[in-house]
Design a binder for this molecule. Structure first.
Ligand code: BG6
Length: 476
Protein backbone atom coordinates (compact mmCIF):
# COMPACT_ATOMS: atom_id res chain seq x y z
CA UNK A 1 0.00 0.00 0.00
CA UNK A 2 1.27 3.49 -0.82
CA UNK A 3 0.62 6.93 0.65
CA UNK A 4 -2.84 8.50 0.60
CA UNK A 5 -2.88 11.38 -1.91
CA UNK A 6 -4.64 14.55 -2.91
CA UNK A 7 -4.67 14.88 -6.70
CA UNK A 8 -4.95 18.44 -7.86
CA UNK A 9 -5.37 18.40 -11.63
CA UNK A 10 -5.02 21.64 -13.58
CA UNK A 11 -6.72 21.39 -16.95
CA UNK A 12 -8.87 18.67 -15.39
CA UNK A 13 -11.55 18.56 -18.07
CA UNK A 14 -9.27 19.05 -21.08
CA UNK A 15 -8.65 16.49 -23.81
CA UNK A 16 -5.56 14.96 -22.21
CA UNK A 17 -7.20 14.60 -18.80
CA UNK A 18 -10.32 13.00 -20.20
CA UNK A 19 -8.60 10.62 -22.59
CA UNK A 20 -5.44 9.61 -20.73
CA UNK A 21 -4.90 11.03 -17.31
CA UNK A 22 -8.12 10.41 -15.40
CA UNK A 23 -8.54 6.82 -16.67
CA UNK A 24 -4.90 6.12 -15.82
CA UNK A 25 -5.33 7.63 -12.35
CA UNK A 26 -8.27 5.34 -11.71
CA UNK A 27 -6.23 2.27 -12.60
CA UNK A 28 -3.23 3.41 -10.58
CA UNK A 29 -5.27 4.17 -7.46
CA UNK A 30 -6.55 0.58 -7.62
CA UNK A 31 -3.34 -1.15 -8.71
CA UNK A 32 -1.09 0.73 -6.27
CA UNK A 33 -3.66 0.22 -3.54
CA UNK A 34 -3.73 3.92 -2.62
CA UNK A 35 -5.69 3.90 0.64
CA UNK A 36 -7.55 7.23 0.28
CA UNK A 37 -7.64 9.87 -2.38
CA UNK A 38 -9.43 13.06 -3.30
CA UNK A 39 -9.43 14.79 -6.66
CA UNK A 40 -9.55 18.53 -6.99
CA UNK A 41 -10.12 19.57 -10.60
CA UNK A 42 -8.93 23.02 -11.59
CA UNK A 43 -9.72 24.97 -14.75
CA UNK A 44 -10.57 28.40 -16.06
CA UNK A 45 -14.27 27.79 -16.72
CA UNK A 46 -16.66 27.49 -13.82
CA UNK A 47 -18.27 24.11 -13.19
CA UNK A 48 -20.03 22.45 -10.32
CA UNK A 49 -18.47 19.57 -8.40
CA UNK A 50 -21.23 17.32 -9.75
CA UNK A 51 -20.54 18.38 -13.29
CA UNK A 52 -16.85 17.61 -12.79
CA UNK A 53 -17.61 14.22 -11.34
CA UNK A 54 -19.74 13.38 -14.36
CA UNK A 55 -16.91 14.39 -16.73
CA UNK A 56 -14.67 12.03 -14.78
CA UNK A 57 -17.28 9.25 -14.88
CA UNK A 58 -17.64 9.68 -18.67
CA UNK A 59 -13.88 9.45 -19.11
CA UNK A 60 -13.91 6.11 -17.28
CA UNK A 61 -16.55 4.79 -19.68
CA UNK A 62 -14.86 6.00 -22.86
CA UNK A 63 -11.50 4.53 -21.91
CA UNK A 64 -12.98 1.27 -20.72
CA UNK A 65 -11.65 1.40 -17.21
CA UNK A 66 -12.89 -1.75 -15.50
CA UNK A 67 -15.73 -1.21 -13.08
CA UNK A 68 -13.69 -2.14 -10.03
CA UNK A 69 -11.10 0.59 -10.70
CA UNK A 70 -13.73 3.12 -11.80
CA UNK A 71 -15.92 2.56 -8.71
CA UNK A 72 -12.98 2.84 -6.38
CA UNK A 73 -11.79 6.04 -8.08
CA UNK A 74 -15.24 7.62 -8.18
CA UNK A 75 -15.63 6.70 -4.51
CA UNK A 76 -13.15 9.47 -3.62
CA UNK A 77 -14.08 13.07 -3.03
CA UNK A 78 -14.35 15.23 -6.21
CA UNK A 79 -14.22 19.01 -6.09
CA UNK A 80 -13.91 21.54 -8.87
CA UNK A 81 -12.43 25.01 -8.57
CA UNK A 82 -12.08 27.62 -11.29
CA UNK A 83 -9.05 29.89 -11.10
CA UNK A 84 -8.17 33.16 -12.77
CA UNK A 85 -6.61 35.61 -10.32
CA UNK A 86 -4.63 35.68 -7.07
CA UNK A 87 -7.77 35.45 -4.90
CA UNK A 88 -9.01 32.38 -6.72
CA UNK A 89 -5.71 30.56 -6.07
CA UNK A 90 -6.05 31.45 -2.40
CA UNK A 91 -9.58 30.06 -2.47
CA UNK A 92 -8.19 26.92 -4.13
CA UNK A 93 -5.63 26.58 -1.32
CA UNK A 94 -8.28 26.74 1.37
CA UNK A 95 -10.53 24.32 -0.53
CA UNK A 96 -7.67 21.80 -0.78
CA UNK A 97 -7.02 22.18 2.98
CA UNK A 98 -10.72 21.63 3.68
CA UNK A 99 -10.92 18.58 1.38
CA UNK A 100 -7.87 17.03 3.04
CA UNK A 101 -9.31 17.62 6.46
CA UNK A 102 -12.74 16.22 5.67
CA UNK A 103 -11.33 13.15 3.84
CA UNK A 104 -8.70 12.57 6.54
CA UNK A 105 -5.87 12.93 4.03
CA UNK A 106 -2.30 13.50 5.25
CA UNK A 107 -1.55 16.33 2.79
CA UNK A 108 0.53 14.46 0.20
CA UNK A 109 -0.17 16.47 -2.94
CA UNK A 110 0.28 15.74 -6.60
CA UNK A 111 -0.15 18.99 -8.49
CA UNK A 112 -0.63 17.83 -12.07
CA UNK A 113 -0.37 20.53 -14.72
CA UNK A 114 -2.18 19.20 -17.81
CA UNK A 115 -2.10 22.63 -19.37
CA UNK A 116 -0.54 24.21 -22.48
CA UNK A 117 2.92 25.81 -22.12
CA UNK A 118 1.40 29.29 -22.49
CA UNK A 119 -0.32 28.82 -19.11
CA UNK A 120 2.56 27.21 -17.26
CA UNK A 121 4.29 30.21 -15.71
CA UNK A 122 1.17 31.97 -14.54
CA UNK A 123 -0.16 28.73 -13.04
CA UNK A 124 3.08 27.96 -11.20
CA UNK A 125 3.17 31.50 -9.86
CA UNK A 126 -0.45 31.19 -8.68
CA UNK A 127 0.38 27.86 -7.02
CA UNK A 128 3.48 29.26 -5.34
CA UNK A 129 1.91 32.50 -4.12
CA UNK A 130 -1.02 30.63 -2.61
CA UNK A 131 1.33 28.12 -0.94
CA UNK A 132 -0.25 25.04 -2.58
CA UNK A 133 3.06 23.25 -2.42
CA UNK A 134 3.17 23.55 1.35
CA UNK A 135 0.87 20.71 2.35
CA UNK A 136 1.41 18.73 5.52
CA UNK A 137 3.00 15.85 3.55
CA UNK A 138 5.08 15.67 0.37
CA UNK A 139 4.33 17.65 -2.80
CA UNK A 140 5.10 16.59 -6.37
CA UNK A 141 4.65 18.95 -9.29
CA UNK A 142 3.96 17.13 -12.55
CA UNK A 143 4.33 19.14 -15.76
CA UNK A 144 3.06 17.95 -19.12
CA UNK A 145 5.02 18.28 -22.32
CA UNK A 146 5.88 20.37 -24.21
CA UNK A 147 7.75 22.07 -21.38
CA UNK A 148 7.96 25.61 -22.78
CA UNK A 149 7.86 26.62 -26.43
CA UNK A 150 11.58 27.27 -26.94
CA UNK A 151 14.82 27.52 -25.00
CA UNK A 152 14.13 30.92 -23.42
CA UNK A 153 10.68 29.97 -22.21
CA UNK A 154 11.93 26.63 -20.82
CA UNK A 155 14.73 28.38 -18.93
CA UNK A 156 12.24 30.94 -17.60
CA UNK A 157 9.74 28.25 -16.54
CA UNK A 158 12.45 26.25 -14.80
CA UNK A 159 13.50 29.36 -12.94
CA UNK A 160 9.94 30.13 -11.85
CA UNK A 161 9.39 26.53 -10.75
CA UNK A 162 12.67 26.41 -8.82
CA UNK A 163 11.67 29.47 -6.79
CA UNK A 164 9.18 27.30 -4.94
CA UNK A 165 10.02 23.66 -5.76
CA UNK A 166 13.26 21.76 -5.58
CA UNK A 167 14.17 19.75 -8.68
CA UNK A 168 13.50 16.56 -6.71
CA UNK A 169 9.83 17.62 -6.49
CA UNK A 170 9.41 18.24 -10.23
CA UNK A 171 8.25 15.54 -12.67
CA UNK A 172 8.39 16.69 -16.31
CA UNK A 173 6.35 14.13 -18.19
CA UNK A 174 7.10 12.67 -21.58
CA UNK A 175 4.67 9.79 -21.83
CA UNK A 176 6.87 7.92 -24.33
CA UNK A 177 9.23 7.21 -21.44
CA UNK A 178 6.43 5.27 -19.75
CA UNK A 179 5.83 2.98 -22.73
CA UNK A 180 6.94 -0.58 -22.03
CA UNK A 181 8.89 -0.85 -25.26
CA UNK A 182 10.69 2.45 -24.71
CA UNK A 183 11.60 1.35 -21.19
CA UNK A 184 12.82 -1.87 -22.71
CA UNK A 185 15.42 -0.05 -24.80
CA UNK A 186 17.78 0.23 -21.84
CA UNK A 187 17.23 -3.37 -20.82
CA UNK A 188 17.77 -4.53 -24.38
CA UNK A 189 20.99 -2.55 -24.67
CA UNK A 190 22.53 -3.09 -21.27
CA UNK A 191 21.70 -6.69 -20.50
CA UNK A 192 22.44 -8.24 -23.90
CA UNK A 193 26.19 -7.94 -24.33
CA UNK A 194 25.76 -9.25 -27.87
CA UNK A 195 24.41 -5.89 -29.00
CA UNK A 196 26.29 -3.51 -26.75
CA UNK A 197 29.66 -4.71 -28.10
CA UNK A 198 28.70 -3.54 -31.58
CA UNK A 199 26.72 -0.45 -30.61
CA UNK A 200 29.12 2.11 -32.04
CA UNK A 201 30.56 3.73 -35.16
CA UNK A 202 32.85 0.79 -35.88
CA UNK A 203 29.87 -1.48 -36.57
CA UNK A 204 26.83 0.69 -37.17
CA UNK A 205 26.28 2.63 -40.36
CA UNK A 206 23.13 4.55 -39.41
CA UNK A 207 20.24 4.68 -36.97
CA UNK A 208 16.73 5.64 -38.02
CA UNK A 209 14.03 6.64 -35.53
CA UNK A 210 10.49 6.84 -36.87
CA UNK A 211 7.35 7.84 -35.02
CA UNK A 212 4.74 7.86 -37.78
CA UNK A 213 1.07 8.53 -37.17
CA UNK A 214 -1.86 7.93 -39.49
CA UNK A 215 -4.17 10.07 -37.37
CA UNK A 216 -4.66 13.77 -37.89
CA UNK A 217 -5.44 16.29 -35.19
CA UNK A 218 -7.96 14.29 -33.19
CA UNK A 219 -9.86 17.45 -32.24
CA UNK A 220 -6.78 19.26 -30.92
CA UNK A 221 -6.32 21.90 -33.63
CA UNK A 222 -5.97 24.81 -31.22
CA UNK A 223 -3.16 23.12 -29.30
CA UNK A 224 -1.42 21.58 -32.29
CA UNK A 225 -1.41 24.66 -34.50
CA UNK A 226 0.38 26.58 -31.75
CA UNK A 227 2.90 23.79 -31.28
CA UNK A 228 3.60 22.03 -34.57
CA UNK A 229 5.53 18.82 -34.96
CA UNK A 230 8.89 20.04 -33.71
CA UNK A 231 7.45 21.11 -30.35
CA UNK A 232 4.84 18.37 -30.15
CA UNK A 233 6.95 15.33 -31.09
CA UNK A 234 10.59 16.00 -31.99
CA UNK A 235 11.82 18.01 -29.00
CA UNK A 236 10.42 15.41 -26.63
CA UNK A 237 9.33 11.96 -27.82
CA UNK A 238 11.86 11.44 -30.61
CA UNK A 239 14.65 13.07 -28.65
CA UNK A 240 14.01 10.81 -25.69
CA UNK A 241 14.28 7.75 -27.92
CA UNK A 242 17.47 9.17 -29.43
CA UNK A 243 19.07 9.63 -26.02
CA UNK A 244 18.16 6.12 -24.89
CA UNK A 245 19.65 4.64 -28.06
CA UNK A 246 22.81 6.76 -28.01
CA UNK A 247 23.65 7.14 -24.29
CA UNK A 248 26.54 5.48 -22.51
CA UNK A 249 25.77 2.88 -19.85
CA UNK A 250 24.81 4.78 -16.70
CA UNK A 251 26.84 4.17 -13.56
CA UNK A 252 23.64 2.99 -11.87
CA UNK A 253 20.05 2.51 -12.96
CA UNK A 254 18.82 5.52 -11.06
CA UNK A 255 17.37 8.86 -12.10
CA UNK A 256 20.50 10.96 -11.59
CA UNK A 257 22.85 8.62 -13.47
CA UNK A 258 20.46 8.10 -16.38
CA UNK A 259 19.63 11.80 -16.73
CA UNK A 260 23.32 12.68 -16.71
CA UNK A 261 24.09 10.27 -19.56
CA UNK A 262 21.12 11.52 -21.58
CA UNK A 263 22.24 15.13 -21.19
CA UNK A 264 25.72 14.18 -22.44
CA UNK A 265 24.20 12.84 -25.65
CA UNK A 266 22.28 16.05 -26.23
CA UNK A 267 25.38 18.14 -25.60
CA UNK A 268 27.27 16.08 -28.20
CA UNK A 269 24.74 16.54 -31.01
CA UNK A 270 26.16 18.72 -33.79
CA UNK A 271 24.13 21.90 -34.42
CA UNK A 272 21.42 21.25 -37.00
CA UNK A 273 22.13 23.03 -40.30
CA UNK A 274 19.51 24.15 -42.85
CA UNK A 275 20.15 21.06 -45.00
CA UNK A 276 19.74 18.66 -42.08
CA UNK A 277 15.97 18.96 -41.78
CA UNK A 278 12.87 18.85 -43.95
CA UNK A 279 9.52 20.02 -42.61
CA UNK A 280 6.19 19.16 -44.16
CA UNK A 281 2.45 19.68 -43.99
CA UNK A 282 -0.19 17.24 -45.21
CA UNK A 283 -2.57 17.97 -48.05
CA UNK A 284 -5.81 16.03 -48.66
CA UNK A 285 -5.34 12.37 -49.46
CA UNK A 286 -6.38 8.93 -48.46
CA UNK A 287 -5.18 7.28 -45.26
CA UNK A 288 -5.82 3.59 -44.74
CA UNK A 289 -8.49 3.70 -47.50
CA UNK A 290 -10.28 6.71 -46.04
CA UNK A 291 -10.41 10.13 -47.73
CA UNK A 292 -9.09 12.84 -45.42
CA UNK A 293 -8.85 16.61 -45.70
CA UNK A 294 -5.63 18.59 -45.72
CA UNK A 295 -4.21 20.27 -42.62
CA UNK A 296 -5.18 23.79 -43.71
CA UNK A 297 -8.83 22.69 -44.06
CA UNK A 298 -8.99 21.06 -40.63
CA UNK A 299 -11.58 22.77 -38.40
CA UNK A 300 -9.82 25.21 -36.08
CA UNK A 301 -6.68 25.59 -38.21
CA UNK A 302 -6.13 29.14 -39.53
CA UNK A 303 -6.14 29.10 -43.37
CA UNK A 304 -2.65 30.64 -43.55
CA UNK A 305 -1.12 28.52 -40.82
CA UNK A 306 2.63 27.91 -41.15
CA UNK A 307 2.65 24.99 -38.75
CA UNK A 308 4.48 21.82 -39.84
CA UNK A 309 2.85 18.43 -39.32
CA UNK A 310 5.97 16.47 -40.36
CA UNK A 311 9.67 16.67 -39.66
CA UNK A 312 12.62 14.63 -40.87
CA UNK A 313 16.12 15.28 -39.58
CA UNK A 314 19.66 14.07 -39.91
CA UNK A 315 21.65 14.41 -36.70
CA UNK A 316 25.22 13.55 -35.75
CA UNK A 317 26.26 12.74 -32.20
CA UNK A 318 29.84 13.95 -32.15
CA UNK A 319 31.35 11.75 -29.49
CA UNK A 320 33.75 8.80 -29.53
CA UNK A 321 31.04 6.22 -29.85
CA UNK A 322 29.00 7.79 -32.61
CA UNK A 323 31.17 10.18 -34.60
CA UNK A 324 30.17 10.01 -38.29
CA UNK A 325 27.06 7.86 -37.80
CA UNK A 326 23.93 9.62 -39.08
CA UNK A 327 20.85 9.46 -36.87
CA UNK A 328 17.74 9.95 -38.98
CA UNK A 329 14.64 11.10 -37.13
CA UNK A 330 11.21 11.21 -38.77
CA UNK A 331 7.71 11.90 -37.51
CA UNK A 332 4.48 13.14 -38.97
CA UNK A 333 0.73 13.08 -38.87
CA UNK A 334 -1.47 11.58 -41.58
CA UNK A 335 1.30 9.33 -42.84
CA UNK A 336 0.72 5.96 -44.47
CA UNK A 337 0.45 4.08 -41.18
CA UNK A 338 1.02 4.28 -37.46
CA UNK A 339 4.35 2.84 -36.48
CA UNK A 340 7.16 3.78 -34.08
CA UNK A 341 10.42 2.00 -34.61
CA UNK A 342 14.17 2.24 -34.37
CA UNK A 343 16.14 0.79 -37.28
CA UNK A 344 19.82 0.11 -36.71
CA UNK A 345 21.77 -0.63 -39.91
CA UNK A 346 25.08 -2.38 -39.46
CA UNK A 347 28.09 -1.90 -41.72
CA UNK A 348 28.73 -4.58 -44.30
CA UNK A 349 31.81 -6.79 -43.81
CA UNK A 350 35.03 -5.04 -44.95
CA UNK A 351 35.82 -7.57 -47.70
CA UNK A 352 33.32 -9.15 -50.07
CA UNK A 353 34.03 -12.87 -50.46
CA UNK A 354 30.85 -13.91 -52.23
CA UNK A 355 30.27 -12.61 -55.73
CA UNK A 356 27.65 -13.42 -58.29
CA UNK A 357 27.98 -12.10 -61.84
CA UNK A 358 30.55 -9.62 -60.66
CA UNK A 359 28.31 -8.21 -57.92
CA UNK A 360 29.07 -8.49 -54.26
CA UNK A 361 26.50 -10.66 -52.58
CA UNK A 362 25.38 -9.99 -49.07
CA UNK A 363 23.30 -7.45 -47.23
CA UNK A 364 23.55 -5.33 -44.15
CA UNK A 365 22.44 -6.70 -40.83
CA UNK A 366 19.45 -4.62 -39.83
CA UNK A 367 18.02 -4.56 -36.33
CA UNK A 368 14.51 -3.12 -36.03
CA UNK A 369 13.09 -2.38 -32.61
CA UNK A 370 9.36 -1.82 -33.03
CA UNK A 371 8.01 0.32 -30.22
CA UNK A 372 4.37 0.29 -31.40
CA UNK A 373 1.99 -1.08 -32.48
CA UNK A 374 3.43 -4.60 -33.18
CA UNK A 375 5.95 -4.43 -30.36
CA UNK A 376 9.00 -6.57 -30.78
CA UNK A 377 12.28 -6.77 -32.61
CA UNK A 378 13.66 -8.23 -35.78
CA UNK A 379 17.20 -8.91 -36.90
CA UNK A 380 17.91 -9.45 -40.56
CA UNK A 381 20.89 -11.61 -41.38
CA UNK A 382 22.38 -13.43 -44.34
CA UNK A 383 22.28 -17.17 -44.95
CA UNK A 384 23.20 -19.41 -47.79
CA UNK A 385 20.18 -20.24 -49.93
CA UNK A 386 19.87 -24.04 -50.14
CA UNK A 387 21.20 -25.39 -53.44
CA UNK A 388 24.39 -26.14 -55.34
CA UNK A 389 25.30 -22.44 -55.89
CA UNK A 390 26.49 -20.10 -53.21
CA UNK A 391 23.62 -17.74 -53.35
CA UNK A 392 22.98 -15.52 -50.33
CA UNK A 393 19.58 -14.60 -48.99
CA UNK A 394 18.42 -12.46 -46.07
CA UNK A 395 16.15 -13.88 -43.40
CA UNK A 396 14.59 -12.35 -40.31
CA UNK A 397 14.95 -13.50 -36.75
CA UNK A 398 11.86 -11.94 -35.25
CA UNK A 399 10.33 -11.72 -31.79
CA UNK A 400 6.94 -10.20 -30.99
CA UNK A 401 6.24 -9.09 -27.44
CA UNK A 402 2.51 -9.78 -27.75
CA UNK A 403 2.43 -12.47 -25.12
CA UNK A 404 4.56 -10.81 -22.48
CA UNK A 405 3.01 -7.39 -23.03
CA UNK A 406 -0.60 -8.45 -22.78
CA UNK A 407 -1.08 -7.09 -19.30
CA UNK A 408 1.44 -4.27 -19.56
CA UNK A 409 0.27 -1.00 -18.03
CA UNK A 410 -0.36 2.03 -20.23
CA UNK A 411 2.38 4.68 -20.27
CA UNK A 412 0.44 7.10 -18.09
CA UNK A 413 -0.23 4.45 -15.47
CA UNK A 414 3.45 3.62 -15.19
CA UNK A 415 4.39 7.27 -14.87
CA UNK A 416 1.68 8.13 -12.36
CA UNK A 417 2.63 5.17 -10.22
CA UNK A 418 6.21 6.49 -10.28
CA UNK A 419 5.03 9.94 -9.20
CA UNK A 420 3.16 8.40 -6.28
CA UNK A 421 6.26 6.41 -5.37
CA UNK A 422 8.59 9.38 -5.85
CA UNK A 423 10.73 7.81 -8.59
CA UNK A 424 11.99 10.39 -11.14
CA UNK A 425 13.87 7.98 -13.42
CA UNK A 426 11.32 8.15 -16.25
CA UNK A 427 10.96 11.93 -16.13
CA UNK A 428 12.93 14.72 -17.72
CA UNK A 429 15.39 16.79 -15.71
CA UNK A 430 15.56 20.60 -16.03
CA UNK A 431 18.91 20.70 -17.85
CA UNK A 432 17.79 17.90 -20.17
CA UNK A 433 14.71 19.77 -21.36
CA UNK A 434 16.79 22.92 -21.91
CA UNK A 435 19.46 21.05 -23.91
CA UNK A 436 16.73 19.57 -26.10
CA UNK A 437 15.28 23.00 -26.85
CA UNK A 438 18.69 24.41 -27.64
CA UNK A 439 19.20 21.68 -30.19
CA UNK A 440 16.05 22.45 -32.18
CA UNK A 441 16.01 26.21 -31.78
CA UNK A 442 16.92 26.79 -35.44
CA UNK A 443 13.98 24.67 -36.61
CA UNK A 444 11.32 26.54 -34.70
CA UNK A 445 11.04 29.53 -37.02
CA UNK A 446 11.47 27.77 -40.31
CA UNK A 447 8.81 28.58 -42.86
CA UNK A 448 10.02 26.39 -45.75
CA UNK A 449 7.42 23.69 -45.39
CA UNK A 450 6.95 21.07 -48.10
CA UNK A 451 3.56 19.61 -48.88
CA UNK A 452 2.92 15.88 -48.75
CA UNK A 453 -0.20 13.97 -49.64
CA UNK A 454 -1.95 12.46 -46.64
CA UNK A 455 -1.46 8.69 -46.57
CA UNK A 456 2.05 8.76 -48.08
CA UNK A 457 5.48 8.49 -46.43
CA UNK A 458 5.91 12.28 -46.29
CA UNK A 459 7.63 14.87 -48.50
CA UNK A 460 9.87 13.49 -51.24
CA UNK A 461 12.63 15.94 -50.33
CA UNK A 462 13.15 14.02 -47.07
CA UNK A 463 15.08 11.43 -49.11
CA UNK A 464 17.79 14.05 -49.64
CA UNK A 465 18.74 13.69 -45.97
CA UNK A 466 19.86 10.08 -46.30
CA UNK A 467 23.60 9.88 -46.90
CA UNK A 468 24.10 6.22 -46.00
CA UNK A 469 23.15 2.97 -47.73
CA UNK A 470 20.38 2.29 -48.93
CA UNK A 471 19.75 6.01 -49.45
CA UNK A 472 16.04 5.89 -48.63
CA UNK A 473 13.91 5.91 -45.49
CA UNK A 474 12.48 2.61 -44.41
CA UNK A 475 9.12 2.42 -46.23
CA UNK A 476 6.14 2.84 -43.90
C1 BG6 B 1 1.34 13.31 -27.83
C2 BG6 B 1 1.24 14.30 -28.94
O1 BG6 B 1 2.29 13.72 -26.88
O2 BG6 B 1 1.71 12.05 -28.36
C3 BG6 B 1 0.25 13.85 -30.00
O3 BG6 B 1 0.82 15.55 -28.40
C4 BG6 B 1 0.61 12.46 -30.48
O4 BG6 B 1 0.20 14.75 -31.08
C5 BG6 B 1 0.78 11.52 -29.29
O5 BG6 B 1 -0.42 12.00 -31.31
C6 BG6 B 1 1.28 10.17 -29.71
O6 BG6 B 1 1.29 9.34 -28.58
P1 BG6 B 1 0.87 7.81 -28.67
O7 BG6 B 1 1.09 7.28 -27.30
O8 BG6 B 1 -0.56 7.79 -29.11
O9 BG6 B 1 1.76 7.21 -29.70
Amino acid sequence: MTDAVTLVVFGATGHLSRTKLLPALARVIRDEDVPTHAVVGVGSRSRSDEDFRSVVADSMASEEVDSDAADRFLGGEFTYVSVSDKESYERLASIIDAVEESAGLPGNRILYLAIPPSKLDVTVEGISDAGLGAGAGWTRLVVEKPFGIDLDSAVASNEIIHRSFSESEVYRIDHFLGKETVRNLLVFRFTNSLFEQTWNRRHIESVEITVAESDGLDGRAAYFDESGTVRDMVQNHLTQILTLIAMEPPVRMNAASIHTEKVKVLKAVRPIGPDDAVLGRYAAGSVEAEEVIGYLDEPGVPPHSETPTYAALRLYVDNWRWHGVPFYLRTGKRLAKRVSEVTVRYLKPPVCLFHSEGNCQGHQNVLTLTLQPDEGFELLFDVKQPGPDTSIGQIPLAVRYDDILKSAPQAYETLLADVIEGDQTLFVRADEVEEAWELYQTLLDRTDIDTYTAGTDGPERAESLIVSYPGVWTPL
